[in-house]
Design a protein around this ligand. Structure first.
Ligand SMILES: CC(=O)N[C@@H](CCC[C@H](N)C(=O)O)C(=O)O
Length: 377
């Protein structure tokens, strides 16, 4: 039996119990059990819905350093053959939030036993994948009382090797908007299409027409993504579909670009309504602020990381991923960085399998950074 670190063991426990946004009940209980096993002298623990705030009191605090880990899973059926694969049918930690939590607990455990001058605030946040926990947590009374002076978070990066961190000053992640489009036509017998109004055909037209926005309406030197991740319509092969539904997400690099893309989406949907003589309704769902790293703190972090022989730090490009941590960074200076986990399969893939060697290396690295930042004069 391989000897594994306690935080790899924790990651594996959490990997078994992925839960969707604001349903992280087992996860929260697991986290609380561990947090309550730590020395409590310097801890103040409060829950917020399925999230948790943990204040670690410093010895002579001048500021508060915040650290956030997201805790929710995704509605994906796991396809790894890991012995600790998900025990929740159709749900998986396919975005590394289990790794995020185990790293946060490792750093918390250290500072619960080895306080620094400054206060720390650990935030275990629900519902990052949707509908978004960061914004309501940011507006909570607890956050108002314990608001940190800076805040940090990481996200696993399957494409980078273990021992690599990647980030950049300024814009790191896109802004996002979910996109739901419902179409209503007229059902009927498959053999008499002229007596019905087929919404499967209308939906398929819409999927391809929406892509013309990125190809023809967005400045080629800018970026945008419109992904339709799910399409449903109809009930059975020989009945013409009266209804169809498209579920997707929009990514852009600025508020102006998001507004322009939505204007085009609305024009194209209206056009499909006319062309197919149907009814269409658009809902934008959860929308996330872009992730904007504080230039000064990020440059300082990169400089610190460059002094560490056990980590390689690179300045990366922006990514079209979304992260509601962007709401926290819009109000509190800080940064997010990618953590290399060297997985053949990427984020949101059913076979994602992060290299667990990244966990303890990240814990050691973050302990050194927070100790440096939290003790500096
Ligand atoms: C890091 C990551 O994968 N984040 C998610 C955020 C999803 C936001 C929202 N539910 C949406 O789908 O737009 C991502 O998909 O980038």
């Amino acid at each position: 039996m391989e000897a594994i670190s306690p935080f790899v063991a924790i990651r594996r426990d959490l990997h078994k119990i992925p839960e969707l946004g604001f349903q992280e009940f087992k996860t929260q209980q697991y986290l609380l059990n561990y947090i309550r096993s730590l020395p409590q002298e310097r801890l103040d623990v409060r829950t917020w819905k399925t999230g948790i705030f943990v204040k670690v009191k410093g010895t002579s605090p001048r500021k508060t350093i915040g650290y956030r880990a997201d805790i929710d899973g995704l509605p994906i059926g796991e396809e790894t053959d890991l012995p600790y694969r998900s025990e929740h049918e159709g749900q998986m930690h396919a975005c590394g939030h289990d790794v995020h939590m185990s790293i946060a607990l490792g750093v918390l455990a250290h500072f619960a036993r080895n306080p620094i001058k400054d206060d720390l605030l650990f935030i275990f946040q629900p519902a990052e994948e949707g509908p978004g926990g960061a914004k309501p947590m940011l507006k909570s009374d607890i956050m108002r009382e314990w608001r940190p002076d800076m805040i940090v978070a990481l996200h696993i990066a399957p494409e980078y090797p273990v021992g690599t961190i990647a980030t950049k000053e300024g814009l790191l992640f896109a802004n996002t908007s979910e996109l739901f489009i419902d179409l209503k036509g007229k059902g009927g017998h498959a053999a008499f299409p002229h007596l019905a109004n087929d919404m499967v055909v209308a939906a398929c037209t819409l999927v391809t027409q929406l892509q013309s926005i990125v190809a023809r309406n967005v400045d080629p030197l800018d970026s945008a993504v419109i992904t339709i991740g799910k399409i449903t319509g109809g009930t059975v092969q020989n009945v013409i579909a009266e209804r169809a539904r498209l579920e997707g997400t929009i990514r852009t690099l600025s508020t102006a670009a998001m507004q322009a893309v939505k204007r085009r989406i609305e024009a194209i949907v209206r056009g499909v309504e006319v062309a197919y003589e149907c009814e269409a309704a658009i809902d934008y769902g959860a929308m996330y602020h872009e992730v904007y790293n504080d230039p000064a703190l990020t440059a300082e972090f990169i400089q610190f990381a460059a002094t560490r022989s056990d980590m390689t730090v690179i300045r990366c490009k922006e990514a079209m991923t979304g992260e509601d941590f962007g709401y926290m960074l819009a109000e509190i200076p800080g940064f997010m960085f990618w953590l290399g986990v060297d997985s053949a399969y990427g984020l949101h893939h059913a076979k994602l399998a992060p290299n667990e060697a990244a966990i303890d290396r990240a814990i050691d690295f973050l302990i050194s950074y927070v100790s440096w930042k939290g003790n500096m004069e």
